[in-house]
Design a protein. Structure first.
Length: 131
């Protein structure tokens, strides 16, 4: 919980503050070059970001359950990225694949059929894997 602090809302000021040794990357990962961008996978792997990642995940899941098709599609895409990054083959019976198809089906039913349907067809989801 933040007890004291200040909010800087000017985008140009934020951009300037995020450069060099005072940037978010340098604070979270001081061993990295200050000029190199931080990939999301590294940023959210930092111990200080674990609660942030958990909170973001919970917000997306809640939005999806409340009928937000974009949230459902974002969750599906996150599962797809996990499948792509897996160090082993992922079969249609694998929980990663099944959850991916399930969230695609949900996004489709929530009104994003064009986008979700394209992924569904491309990746071979079926009603068996998407439920």
């Amino acid at each position: 919980m933040l007890e004291r602090g200040a909010a800087i809302t000017d985008p140009l000021a934020l951009r300037e503050l995020d450069r060099g040794r005072f940037g978010l990357g340098s604070v979270l990962m001081p061993m990295r070059s200050a000029d190199a961008p931080i990939p999301n996978s590294e940023l959210f792997a930092a111990p200080s970001m674990v609660p942030v990642r958990k909170a973001l995940d919970n917000e997306l899941i809640a939005a999806s359950q409340a009928g937000d098709a974009m949230a459902s599609l974002f969750i599906a895409v996150a599962y797809r990225e996990s499948i792509n990054a897996a160090d082993r083959p992922v079969s249609p019976r694998d929980p990663l694949y099944r959850n991916y198809c399930r969230y695609l089906a949900l996004a489709n039913s929530q009104g994003w059929g064009d986008v979700a349907g394209e992924y569904w067809r491309h990746d071979g989801c079926t009603t068996d894997t998407g439920t």
